[in-house]
Design a protein around this ligand. Structure first.
Ligand code: PSU
Ligand code: MN
Length: 305
């Protein structure tokens, strides 16, 4: 077997070797989820939140044919500035073979983080089952990869651009543990709740680390989704939300969009339609999730060293 073409930054490698907390961060949110130049500022801020909490950030991406766990400052700038493709897990062998670069989705980030030995990951929202998936079969590989990779990912649920009920059903089928973080309800990203109830609620980061530990003891293959809702006062106004969603979905259908172009299109349109308000909420969500992931990584490090 050839060596794994994975480069872990010295800072991340040292933290992992010492059992200190590390939080993986996704790069698709930087390259495709947020507009320039706010995206670079956000990417730096996300890393800083992790550092301020005493942990090490590992932003994950592919650069020049190499998987990266932990980026240098110039590498982070490249991901924010260059037009790089959005990479899921199946794209990794191709970009590696071509010596190319790209930003990683939740699926690819989870996969790479796991290979690097990182257990906790913060993102904004997960990919999931798209509306109309019973005809289009459009379901994000985020779900199947989470069924296969022992990562704990903190998210604000999935966006209402998806079929949330179907997404939860698929997570169940795939054996992915879903924990409501101080909630019984699955959030829907910009909104605090989706109206879908969860089986399990946890009160703090130590409770999540305890589930990670018992998951390991049982040797189950799947990951853990920690559903972390925005506080009500930070959510997008539901009326603004519903109108923007209806309009964006209609435009995507009119333009005949399909496949991996759908999510970035809808996100971009919703930012435009809400006059940037959805973006503010998006940033709050990412920050919130990073803070919770930081606490989980810290609890995990205390529990496992
Ligand atoms: N959902 C969001 N924001 C995002 C994404 C999803 O609210 O930026 C990105 C994530 O990187 C996620 C990916 O992993 O889109 C899922 O895309 P697809 O449905 O093509 O698998
Ligand atoms: Mn898809």
């Amino acid at each position: 077997m050839p060596a794994l073409p994975l480069s872990t930054s010295p800072e991340v490698a040292e933290a992992l070797a010492d059992g200190r907390p590390v939080v993986a961060l996704e790069s698709t949110i930087i390259s495709h989820g947020l507009p320039r130049p706010d995206n670079l500022e956000a990417a730096r801020e996300f890393e800083q939140i992790v550092r301020d909490g005493g942990a090490v950030p590992a932003t994950i991406a592919v650069l020049d044919g190499e998987l990266k766990a932990g980026l240098t400052a110039p590498e982070l700038e490249r991901i924010a500035a260059e037009d790089v493709p959005k990479l899921s897990v199946r794209d990794l062998p191709v970009v590696l073979a071509q010596g190319a670069s790209g930003a990683t989705t939740v699926a690819a980030t989870s996969w790479i983080a796991n290979r690097a030995g990182i257990r906790v990951f913060a993102t904004g929202g997960l990919g999931g089952v798209h509306r109309g998936a019973s005809a289009s079969f459009d379901e994000s590989a985020d779900l199947t990869v989470l069924g296969d990779v022992p990562i704990t990912v903190v998210s604000a649920g999935v966006k209402s651009i998806l079929d949330i009920g179907a997404t939860l059903e698929r997570l169940e089928t795939l054996g992915v543990i879903v924990l409501g973080f101080q909630t019984e309800e699955f959030p829907s990203f910009w909104l605090t709740s989706s109206g879908h109830r969860l089986d399990w609620r946890v009160e703090d980061a130590f409770a999540v680390a305890a589930v990670m530990s018992s998951r390991d003891a049982l040797g189950q293959p799947a990951g853990i989704v920690v559903a972390n809702p925005l506080p009500l006062e930070q959510q997008l106004d539901p009326t603004v939300h519903d109108a923007a969603l209806t309009q964006a979905l209609g435009e995507a259908e009119q333009q005949g969009l399909s496949g991996k172009d759908v999510t970035p299109f809808l996100l971009q349109r919703i930012v435009e339609i809400t006059g940037g308000e959805s973006l503010r909420v998006n940033l709050d969500i990412a920050r919130n999730n990073i803070r919770v992931a930081l606490r989980i990584a810290t609890a995990w490090s205390e529990l496992s060293t």
